[in-house]
Design a protein around this ligand. Structure first.
Ligand SMILES: C[S@@+](CC[C@H](N)C(=O)[O-])C[C@H]1O[C@@H](n2cnc3c(N)ncnc32)[C@H](O)[C@@H]1O
Length: 349
């Protein structure tokens, strides 16, 4: 018989909120059984349902099987896996009538928790909604932004946060951006969950307008509200569809800096995004557009198209580079190209 140990909490549980399960109380300490393995993460011995484990024990194991979203500050870590893996155990819970647990509400809680643990193991598209903390280093402190990501529905990619937005958020302070004059404003295109725009509002005292499609608005607003107390500047949220004709804007309606992370992933995006920069960026020597794009296989033509469209509008690259980041897709690692654009002097005379 393997020794019974109290399993330590998974690391970084502080920035993850599993669904609440602490509605049951027991006077007995509940012990989780662990098979020690010196080379790998300890393997959990999951209690067979034929042993009719108590509701409290099942819920404790289910909480422990929570898969944390990756931190994105390094390659994805190995997660706790007990051969043949918890998936079979979770499926057996969902299939079981749990007839030895009398309380229907508790049964429901166990099934829900097992379904959530199963969904976490089905890849990012099936991931249940999650709330993460992103830490953005500032000059003397760290900005901690709370970002909610609902379950992905349809092809609403803006409901998830993408690698280039975290990289761009951390890069913003080091970028060669001119000093913001009084009255300056920042616009973010395709904000998604809002990480980049919120980072800008957390580091500069310059109003920021976060924009995206209508279906992204509720979660974007939620994230703005969740972080408002720690932001330095005013943040607003608005629908801005790149396909809408926004021409004829007066100079006073325009922005000093435009930010966009991961906005180029379909053939029409290069012209649309360059068109937005042309319409919404002030026509001045200090104005800048900052764009970070993942170097995804199969999107080389779109990236080249973006450079051509920006150039055709009279924009030139002031500074650029490539960096590596992480997100929840594929093997986690992703190369991203960042670029800072300004008007060609010839367009300003
Ligand atoms: C890949 S996501 C990136 C989201 C966020 N910037 C990030 O990096 O986490 C692309 C974003 O562009 C937005 N988008 C796509 N087409 C758009 C359009 N026509 N008008 C406005 N936003 C659009 C999507 O809704 C989505 O939020």
């Amino acid at each position: 018989m393997a020794p019974a140990l109290i399993l330590p909490s998974p690391p970084e549980l502080s920035h993850f909120r599993p669904e609440p399960v602490q509605t049951l109380h027991s006077k007995q300490p509940i012990l989780l059984t662990v098979r020690p393995n010196l080379n790998k993460a300890p393997a959990l011995e999951l209690p067979g349902l034929y042993t009719k484990p108590s509701a409290i024990l099942l819920l404790k194991y289910l909480v422990h099987l929570t898969l944390l979203p990756p931190s994105w500050d390094g390659p994805p870590a190995d997660t706790l896996v007990a051969p043949p893996g918890p998936t079979k155990w979770l499926t057996s819970i969902i299939a079981s009538p749990l007839h030895w647990i009398a309380d229907e509400e508790t049964q429901e809680q166990i099934w829900n928790s097992a379904s959530a643990r199963l969904a976490e193991r089905c890849g990012r598209t099936a991931m249940p909604s999650t709330t993460r903390t992103f830490r953005i280093p500032l000059s003397s402190e760290t900005l901690e932004l709370t970002i909610h990501e609902p379950t992905l529905t349809a092809d609403n990619l803006g409901l998830k946060t993408w690698a280039s937005s975290y990289l761009l958020s951390k890069r913003l302070l080091q970028l060669p951006l001119p000093h913001f004059a009084p009255g300056a404003r920042i616009l973010e295109l395709g904000s998604g969950t809002g990480l980049v725009g919120l980072s800008a509002a957390g580091m500069w005292d310059v109003p920021v307008l976060l924009t995206d499609l209508p279906e992204i608005m509720p979660n974007l607003r939620r994230n703005v509200d969740a972080n408002r107390a720690i932001l330095k500047s005013r943040v607003d949220v608005a629908v801005l569809d790149w396909r809408d004709d926004a021409g004829g804007r007066r100079e006073c309606e325009k922005f000093d800096v435009i930010l966009a992370a991961d906005p180029i992933y379909s053939p029409e995006h290069p012209a649309l995004v360059a068109g937005m920069v042309d319409v919404w960026m002030k026509k001045g020597p200090q104005a800048r557009a900052v764009v970070e794009i993942p170097l995804r296989d199969g999107f080389g033509r779109e990236r080249e198209g973006f450079k051509e469209c920006m150039s055709a509008k009279g924009l030139v690259v002031m500074e650029q580079g490539v960096e590596t980041g992480f997100d929840d897709w594929g093997n986690g690692e992703v190369q991203c190209w960042w670029s800072v654009w300004g008007w060609d002097e010839r367009c300003l005379v």
